[in-house]
Design a protein. Structure first.
Length: 231
């Protein structure tokens, strides 16, 4: 493995390397899950510990093979998708316990507006609420708290963004249109742990390295809008 693999072989090489450190990953997962249950461990320390482990694995792997930025990106995603599913329940439970009150408060107020027609959110575009694209976006939004690693959620937000942008390709997407529609999508999603979800993902991606910048930008747009909305 001392020669940089070609583009089409990089993912295969990475999966092979990661498979060779399965025992190390499993030992860490057992320790991490035991260490982060009980009486409210500090959530950011838990995330930092997890991502420090990922960075340590990467350094160990990079001592064995040549690499470039693309290889680094693929490896980072591979490790996140390999490790996070095994610790996700532990971490997300921690966030749900910490932000139980805020989740309930947002859910309470969202339900007060869930039966409002789309026209009460925006008037720039005369949309049928049964519009196929809007229905698809709402269905995706309803799964925002059902994921096994942070990249999954970011990818879902990218899909939502792209579908919405495509649906209004014949007009300018202004804040006057986009912000009310995000409110509409989030309210219709009826997520029970919306605050916990966004804070969790924010803490995760703030510690990630080599994640697609455009995808992270889309997440932070949703995130900062969400923080504004809850106030």
């Amino acid at each position: 493995l001392d020669v940089l693999p070609t583009f089409e072989n990089k993912t295969q090489v990475i999966h092979s390397v990661v498979k060779n450190i399965t025992s190390t990953i499993n030992d860490f997962v057992i320790w991490f899950n035991k260490s982060n249950t009980g009486d409210f461990p500090e959530r950011k320390n838990s995330i930092r510990t997890l991502n420090l482990f990922i960075e340590t694995l990467k350094k160990k792997i990079f001592k064995q093979i040549s690499y470039d930025d693309e290889f680094n990106y693929i490896l980072n995603c591979c490790l996140i998708k390999r490790i996070y599913p095994d610790v996700n329940n532990t971490l997300f439970d921690l966030y749900k316990k910490t932000f139980f009150g805020k989740d309930n408060n947002i859910s309470y107020w969202s339900k007060k507006f869930e039966n409002q027609p789309l026209s009460s959110f925006q008037q720039e575009i005369d949309w049928d609420e049964n519009n196929e694209i809007l229905t698809e976006i709402i269905e995706i939004t309803q799964t925002l708290d059902k994921w096994v690693n942070p990249i999954d959620l970011i990818e879902k937000l990218v899909i939502i963004h792209d579908k919405f942008q495509a649906s209004v390709s014949n007009c300018l997407i202004s804040a006057d249109l986009l912000v009310p529609m995000i409110v509409y999508f989030l309210i219709k999603s009826d997520l029970q742990h919306l605050y916990s979800t966004f804070i969790y993902i924010n803490d995760c991606v703030s510690n990630f390295h080599s994640i697609n910048p455009s995808e992270v930008c889309i997440f932070f747009f949703f995130f900062f809008f969400f923080l504004y909305k809850k106030k």
